[in-house]
Design a binder for this molecule. Structure first.
Ligand SMILES: C[S@@+](CC[C@H](N)C(=O)[O-])C[C@H]1O[C@@H](n2cnc3c(N)ncnc32)[C@H](O)[C@@H]1O
Length: 647
């Protein structure tokens, strides 16, 4: 095999790993560019007189060789080793690029099967961004396998990744080693470990001299303020023990601030996790499901309250120790089990006695106890610990109240227009999600979606979660668009992926905006004077799936009407109720402009979807746990499917 040249450019004949392995370390399509970028960042960090010739280098966490493949030129005169916990990636490298590379699989914890002082250089790109409990063990091990004076380059999550991965502004004084998503699976990106430069100096600096530290810009040519930070370290003589590396200096006030902040972050995370579990459990219990999945959810809740709470609150216990040593008499903060208990205090019947004796903490009923109502579950949606911007805080105080119960920060929710809304939104989200996900998945990675009458952008955000790459929302009310943008920015969502426009949907020109893989038309057709027109318009904007949701009349029998000949009556199954909607100026849900609102019955809704030119129309059936309006047929979700192109 011909290896690449010394500048890291890979020869065409060097095989690419299959997409599944490329995907494990990031993007599939930009695999070569990112690998090359990391190579050049590594080389740039090395001392000016550095030469690879005759050296031994280790890519610690090499995956399928995204970076190593750009060192095949140098591998003619130097030894390049790679290791990873992923057996498939190592298997592929062994079969395809060894020799000249040398690779081996390592475990989650040390040791590495190499003798002391073996390597001149080790790099770890996107590794300490995920390593949690084992960090000090790995630092000691990397120190061991490095030669005296050997170099270690490690990337870390710092300021450039805070808004994206922690949804908060970076404040170095409250970040030490802050671990988020502690138990997150690798398929979802694994744990997220943020490190601040002062913490690296304080802890890693005990075993290594810091030669260079860049807070951001590692692995990206475009935005040097974004992405990971990177540090170049030089092995110091004797390696301190793990305990010494981890030791917290009581004089360093930032350690406590960082641990306290991590506790707040973990509380918010555990709250979300717990709420999501409760929400799923409640939905399924209402639906009368008796599946193994339900038992698994219950068991997950039990686990949350036992072993997981112990693990999740480990920083809390650490902080407690530090706080006690510094502040005599200080009490440890709230523990997770206490936090979970707080949920139940909110429920009226749970207030009446000794909860622990009558209920399990999961809220599930023990045999001898009275039923305890579950807390109202939150809507599916983003959670953040970011601070409210001034604009968003002042918008929250402005009338009218809000359409969606946005959970904007722990304890801060948008005031709601009507208490029924969360249940309606939850039902719609559940009814819509499977079809939308399928259509977006079929459309591929560039899937687009349009939300007509998007209000505050709640479903726009869901569309991104459900697989859209880009979403546009339009609403006639400037205030709704302003709210949609403020909330989007609050959750740190990229405006180039989720954009909003103020305008009348009837002014949309399909020739200009083109078509979208998925179009949502929720809660609008019964507010406009031309419901058929808006469904036709939606059809022209739809490439694959249009979701139409509407209020319905209960007129399910036919209506008799004359038709040109005296005393001859026709019967129509499809019909509309006509309402005067005079309150459009102050009712933020209503149409504007327009005075009449036409509410279809179920047959009219189906007929409209068909005549608009969709190839198939279906009504999504409500489940027993859904909002009663959908169960009794006062509201419905219709799907219009398009199979052919439509100009
Ligand atoms: C009942 S809300 C539905 C909001 C959202 N689609 C949902 O279902 O969650 C109706 C929305 O339609 C918007 N709207 C009414 N007439 C409109 C029009 N002609 N063009 C665009 N938006 C309109 C209102 O401002 C309001 O946000």
């Amino acid at each position: 095999m011909t290896a690449g040249n010394g500048a890291g450019v890979v020869d065409d004949r060097v095989p690419l790993p299959p997409p599944v392995l490329r995907h494990r370390v990031g993007g599939v399509d930009d695999y070569e560019q990112v690998g090359l970028r990391i190579r050049s960042d590594l080389v740039e960090l090395l001392p000016p007189d550095w030469s690879f010739e005759g050296k031994r280098a280790l890519d610690f966490g090499c995956g399928a060789g995204r970076v190593l493949r750009h060192f095949l030129g140098e591998a003619q005169t130097a030894e390049f080793h790679g290791c990873d916990i992923d057996a498939d990636s190592i298997g592929w490298l062994k079969a395809q690029l060894c020799p000249p590379l040398h690779v081996f699989q390592n475990g989650e914890a040390p040791p590495l099967p190499r003798p002391d002082g073996f390597f001149d250089l080790i790099w770890a790109a996107s590794v300490f961004t995920h390593v949690t409990d084992q960090w000090s063990a790995w630092m000691v091990e990397l120190h061991r396998v490095l030669k005296d004076g050997g170099l270690l380059i490690a990337s870390f999550l710092g300021p450039g990744m805070s808004e994206t991965l922690a949804q908060e502004e970076w404040e170095a004084d409250r970040i030490g080693m802050n671990v988020l998503r502690y138990a997150q699976g690798w398929d979802q990106g694994g744990p997220r470990v943020f490190l601040s430069p002062w913490w690296i100096a304080e802890h890693w600096g005990r075993a290594f001299e810091i030669l260079d530290l860049r807070e951001a810009g590692f692995g990206t040519p475009q935005n040097r303020d974004a992405m990971q930070g990177v540090v170049l370290l030089k092995k110091k003589g004797e390696c301190p023990s793990q305990e010494e590396l981890e030791r917290i200096d009581p004089e360093e006030q930032r350690e406590i601030a960082a641990l306290q902040h991590n506790i707040r972050q973990l509380h918010a995370e555990s709250q979300t996790f717990y709420d999501d579990l409760q929400w799923s459990l409640q939905g399924r219990e209402r639906g009368g499901e008796q599946s193994g999945e339900l038992e698994a959810l219950r068991s997950a809740l039990r686990t949350l309250e036992t072993s997981r709470s112990w693990r999740i609150t480990s920083p809390l216990r650490q902080a407690g120790t530090v706080a006690r040593s510094l502040l005599p008499g200080a009490r440890p903060a709230l523990t997770l089990p206490a936090l979970l208990h707080r949920q139940h205090r909110a429920s009226p019947s749970a207030d009446a006695g000794d909860r622990s004796s009558s209920t399990s903490r999961s809220g599930a009923r023990s045999d001898a106890s009275p039923p305890v109502p579950l807390p109202e579950p939150p809507l599916p949606g983003a959670h953040t610990t970011a601070k409210l911007s001034r604009e968003l805080a002042s918008e929250l105080g402005r009338p009218p109240d809000w359409m969606y119960p946005w959970s904007l920060a722990p304890g801060t929710a948008a005031p709601l227009l009507h208490p029924e809304l969360p249940s309606v939104h939850r039902t719609r989200a559940e009814m819509i999600e499977p079809a939308v996900r399928a259509a977006l998945a079929e459309a591929g990675p560039k899937a687009t979606a349009l939300d007509l009458a998007c209000s505050e952008g709640y479903f726009g955000q869901r569309l991104l979660e459900w697989g859209a790459q880009r979403v546009m929302g339009i609403d006639i009310r400037a205030q709704n668009v302003r709210r949609a943008e403020l909330v989007r920015d609050h959750f740190g969502i990229d405006p180039s992926r989720l954009s909003f426009q103020q305008g009348d949907v009837f002014d949309i020109d399909p020739e200009t905006v083109g078509r979208f893989d998925v179009v949502l038309l929720l809660g609008l057709i019964y507010h406009v004077e031309d419901p058929v027109g808006v469904v036709r318009l939606a059809r022209r904007l739809t490439r694959s799936l249009c979701v139409i949701e509407s209020q319905l009349t209960r007129q399910n029998g036919p209506i008799m009407h004359g038709q040109g000949v005296p005393d001859v009556l026709f019967s129509a199954d499809a019909s509309f109720a006509v309402e005067l909607e005079e309150d459009s100026d102050h009712n933020p849900l209503a149409s504007t402009p327009g005075v009449l609102s036409l509410i279809p019955n179920r047959a009219a809704l189906e007929l409209m979807v068909r005549v608009a030119g969709f190839d198939r129309a279906e009504i999504v059936e409500a489940a027993p746990h859904h909002n009663p309006q959908y169960r009794v047929g006062d509201r419905a979700v219709a799907l219009g499917r398009a199979q052919r192109t439509h100009s």
